[in-house]
Every structure is written in structure tokens, then in C-alpha cells.
Design a protein around this ligand. Structure first.
Ligand SMILES: Cc1cc2nc3c(=O)[nH]c(=O)nc-3n(C[C@H](O)[C@H](O)[C@H](O)COP(=O)(O)O)c2cc1C
Length: 503
């Protein structure tokens, strides 16, 4: 941290002065020391790089290591299927798009196209030019016939991440990005903070089992508190969180260290104790209860779209919900399917690695079940799970999604270096921490622009892919447009792998 640079200066300045006083030849050391001091001061005062700002001079070692990293190794092992949390190729793409540096990459294809699991979309002999894929086609109207305040959403939005799991500066920068680009930021289940409101970016307010921001002193749902937040101008949609891919069936976890007095005030809990939200909701225990709760939230919000977020679990439960929705002719305005491969700030290992349906199967099952019960035209489907590039979005939309959410790619755009210590409050990039000496280094203005850049570049990439495939609207994409290698010599399209066959 900054203190190491200060220690460095406090030690080297007097020692160097003393040695020069003893013999002028010692001033040769200034050739090394002077630039070090200047570089450190520059790092401390610049606003572009959080790591350099938080670790002046010494933070540069990271960039040296990055340069020394064996690029050949990277070339051979890194593909979409290599199983790492988010591979380095995709990570570099996010950095480049966020900084609007290089739009291209050298040397051609760097993934193994003969490896089972490799996926692609085919281009058309008659590609469309940019203006033939209008930008307004890359937005989607969310709101069923029961909703009076429909929301025209971007097809890419910032997925749920609470103030609490993220620092105030990170939340604020995300909001600034959303405001610049006209897309939406999901608050996560930690309620709405001042950081969500400062830049007037569109907000999707998420309500989890803790009812933070909508609870009374005993933790029960409070209509009064709910109305206060739900009727805010910035709140465009409201989302009931049933489960999340990284820890389905497990409540949210806010480690004690991250539960500062400010967060405790916003959430209505005691500070510096670990906050574990219960695994399930207390306001409903079955599909009818859930449908009633959805309608209640819709009415109390003045008619805003209400969604539910879940990691796909037991099919028969989802079917039963669909049957009741059909019978009662009432439903959420949108459903978010979060893949079992989803991210989090903190979760038990087994829950992250071995619970919940992966995104692809969850999305397919959800879309097909809704279709089976004739609900698909009223309910929009959003999806999240390692969506980072334009192709990931095109693939998700081909499978059935209307729009996408991204959480970790947005963190990368904020400058996350995947130190993988979000649960310790020591995030060196000032993102997943409540330590002000770390979040101090995250410059809201600069990172807000990067979030907008990343969004815009990714949307542009979707537009270009659609044009190249000869498709002018994402809703014309079909599962059969995406191909997957299933063995070194066999290829199937996703329509063959995931046919509409719900009985
Ligand atoms: C730091 C962090 C905090 C999160 N907090 C929430 C949350 O409060 N509510 C929620 O539904 N999902 C939460 N998520 C999950 C994301 O919203 C998203 O569903 C998941 O990470 C998959 O998207 P990704 O692969 O783009 O990260 C969180 C994820 C991260 C990385």
C-alpha cells in the first residue's frame, strides 16, 4: 500500500542525504533514487491505474511480471473451454475494450478450433453493413401486459453486485458508466446506496431474502420502506432474487469486516457482524405466494416491471410455477437465469463448484418450459454466466435469451486483476473491499468511462457479428445458428443438441 512508498522515502531520503554529506560520490545513487521517488509520486497522483495508485512504485512490478509471463504457454492452453474462472484472453479483451485501446488482435485464431467444445457462428455470403443493423434493435422492451411502466433495456446490463460486496467507488463508477451509456445497473441484494444514485444511471433494484432496503427492524418485508425505494425515478425495474448460480439455495454472505456502519445503516442491520441472509424468502413459500408477491410489488411500485432471478434448479418446481402462472394469467415481467458457473464475492466451495444448473442448460430449460406453457411472449428472459464477449451474447440470445447481464466482466472493466481475494476485504484494485485506503485508488470518473466503453464496444461487437451473419435483429437468431464441435471429427448445431422437446 501507500505506506510502503512512504517508508521507502522516509528511509532513503535521510540515508542518501547523510551518505552524500560524507562523500559527494554517493550522489551517484541519486541516478536510481531520484527516478524512483518521481515515479512513486507520479503513481500516487495519477488517476488511471488503481494498482499503481494504491501501491506507488511497487505496483509496477505487476506490469513487469505480466510482460515476463510466457506468451507461448498462453497461446496453447487458453481457450474458452480451459476451465479457469475467466481466461486471460477474455480478460485482456475486456481491458482493451474498457480502455479503448487496440480493437484487433494479432496473428489470427488463438484457440484450438478442433478441441471438443469449440463453438462458432457462420457468416453469410451477403453480410449486412452497420446501418442495416440499427442500434435500436439492440434494445428490448421489458414489461408484460400487467405492467404499466415498461422499460426499454439494453441487451447488455450490469449484473447484481451489492454495495457491500463492492466498494462505494466501484458502485459509483458502475452507475456512472450506466448513466453515460443508457444501460442499467442491478443493485444486488444490498439495497440502494447513495453511490447508486449519484449519477442517475438506471437502476434495477434487487430484493433478496434479507429484504434489505425494504425491511422493518425485525427483518420482515415493509411495504412502507419498499415504496420509498421502488418509486424512485432511477429505479426502472425490481427483481426478486430467489437464488444465484455461485451459491444456489444459500443465503447471501457479507463478511463482518465488510459490514461497515454505513452499509449496516443502508441495510438496516448491526455493523461489524457477518450478515447471512436466509436461504429462502419469508414472504412466500410456494408458487401462488410468489405470484401474489410479484403482483404486490408491481402494484406498490406504481406498475414497474418485476422480475425474478434464479439459478435453474428442479425442473418440476419450475414447471409447477409455469402451470400456476398460466392458470392465473399472472407472471413476472422477466426472469433472469443465472448459470451455476456464476460469480460471487464469497461462497462455500461446494456451492460454487457443485450446485445449480450451468447457464446453457438452465437457459434452454427455462425458455422451453415457458414456451411449452405459452408464457414466452409475455415474459422476457435475461441471462448471466461468464458473458464477456459479443459472441457470448450472440450465443446466449441464440439459445433463447432476450438480454444479458454481466458481473465479472464489468469488474474487469473496473480494473479487477483477479487477485481472487474478494472475501478478505483486501482487494488490491479497490473493487471488492470496504477498506477506504484501497477503494481510494479507484477513480470514479475514469472507471465510469471505461464501463461505458466496455459496454459500447461489446454491443458494437454484437452488431458486427449480426451483420456478418446477415441478421438485422438479435431476435432472428436461432439455436441452429451456433455450431459446437463435439469430437475431433463431429460437429452439431445447438438446435440439434438442445431441441425444443419439453414434454
Ligand atoms: C462481487 C459479486 C457480488 C455479487 N452479488 C450478487 C447479489 O447481490 N445478488 C445476485 O443476485 N447476484 C450477485 N452476484 C452474481 C452476479 O450478479 C451474476 O449473476 C454472476 O456473477 C454471473 O455473472 P458473471 O459470470 O458475468 O459474473 C454477485 C457476483 C459478484 C462477482
Amino acid at each position: 500500500m501507500r505506506k510502503w512508498f512512504i517508508v521507502f522515502c522516509v528511509v532513503t531520503i535521510p540515508v542518501a542525504s547523510f551518505l552524500i554529506y560524507l562523500h559527494p560520490l554517493w550522489s551517484l545513487w541519486l541516478i536510481i533514487l531520484l527516478p524512483s521517488w518521481l515515479v512513486g509520486i507520479y503513481d500516487l497522483t495519477q488517476t488511471k491505474h488503481t494498482i499503481k495508485k494504491n501501491y506507488p512504485l511497487f505496483g509496477r512490478l505487476r506490469y513487469v511480471m505480466e510482460e515476463l509471463r510466457p506468451k507461448i504457454y498462453q497461446y496453447f492452453v487458453e481457450s474458452d473451454t480451459d476451465g479457469t474462472p475467466i481466461n486471460r484472453i477474455n480478460r485482456s479483451v475486456v481491458y482493451q475494450r474498457a480502455k479503448r485501446v487496440l480493437r484487433t488482435k494479432p496473428f489470427g485464431t488463438q484457440v484450438n478450433v478442433y478441441e471438443p467444445g469449440y463453438e462458432w457462428i457462420n457468416h453469410s455470403m451477403y453480410p449486412l453493413s452497420e446501418h442495416e443493423v440499427p442500434l435500436e434493435n439492440l434494445r428490448v422492451e421489458i414489461g408484460s401486459k400487467h405492467c404499466s411502466k415498461k422499460y426499454n433495456a439494453s441487451i447488455l446490463n450490469i449484473s447484481a453486485m451489492s454495495y457491500g460486496s463492492l466498494s462505494g467507488n466501484a458502485v459509483e463508477a458502475l452507475n456512472k458508466g450506466a448513466s453515460l451509456g443508457g444501460f442499467a445497473q442491478n443493485t444486488g441484494e444490498g439495497s440502494i446506496s447513495d453511490f447508486h444514485l449519484k449519477h442517475e444511471g438506471h437502476i434495477i433494484w434487487q430484493i433478496g431474502t434479507g429484504y434489505f432496503g425494504a425491511r422493518d427492524h425485525d427483518g420482515n418485508f415493509s411495504e412502507e420502506k419498499y415504496i420509498e425505494n421502488a418509486t424512485r425515478e432511477s429505479v426502472k425495474m425490481i427483481e426478486i432474487k430467489l437464488s444465484q448460480g455461485a451459491k444456489p439455495g444459500h443465503g447471501g454472505i457479507l463478511p463482518a469486516k465488510k459490514n461497515t456502519p454505513e452499509i449496516a445503516r443502508i441495510r438496516g442491520v448491526k455493523p461489524f457482524v457477518a450478515v447471512i441472509s436466509p436461504p429462502g424468502h419469508t414472504e412466500f413459500h410456494n408458487s401462488d405466494g410468489l405470484i401474489d408477491f410479484i403482483q404486490k410489488l408491481r402494484d406498490l411500485s406504481g406498475g414497474k416491471p418485476i422480475g425474478i432471478k434464479l439459478c435453474f434448479g428442479k425442473l418440476h418446481e419450475f414447471e409447477e410455477l409455469c402451470i400456476r402462472m398460466k392458470e392465473r394469467d399472472n407472471y413476472p415481467d422477466y426472469i433472469v437465469i443465472d448459470g451455476g458457473e456464476g460469480g460471487t464475492g464469497a461462497a462455500p466451495l461446494e456451492f460454487s463448484d457443485s450446485l445449480g444448473t450451468p447457464m446453457t442448460e438452465g437457459l434452454v430449460l427455462a425458455c422451453d418450459t415457458l414456451k411449452k406453457y405459452g408464457l414466452r411472449d409475455q415474459i422476457k428472459v435475461l441471462v448471466s454466466g461468464k458473458i464477456i464477449t459479443g459472441f457470448h451474447m450472440v450465443r446466449a440470445i441464440s439459445l433463447g435469451a432476450d438480454a444479458c447481464y454481466s458481473a465479472r466482466a464489468m469488474m474487469l472493466a473496473l480494473g479487477c486483476i483477479q487477485a481472487l481475494i474478494c472475501n478478505t476485504n483486501k482487494c488490491p484494485a479497490g473493487i471488492a473491499t470496504q477498506d477506504k485506503s484501497l477503494s481510494w485508488g479507484l477513480d470514479v470518473e475514469n472507471k465510469g468511462v471505461r464501463i461505458n466503453n466496455f459496454h459500447q464496444e461489446t454491443i458494437n461487437s454484437v452488431r458486427e457479428i449480426l451483420g456478418s451473419a446477415g441478421v438485422d435483429h438479435p431476435n432472428k437468431l436461432k439455436r441452429s445458428d451456433i455450431f459446437r464441435r463435439i469430437s475431433p471429427t463431429k460437429v452439431k448445431n445447438l438446435g440439434e443438441i438442445y431441441p425444443f422437446d419439453i414434454k
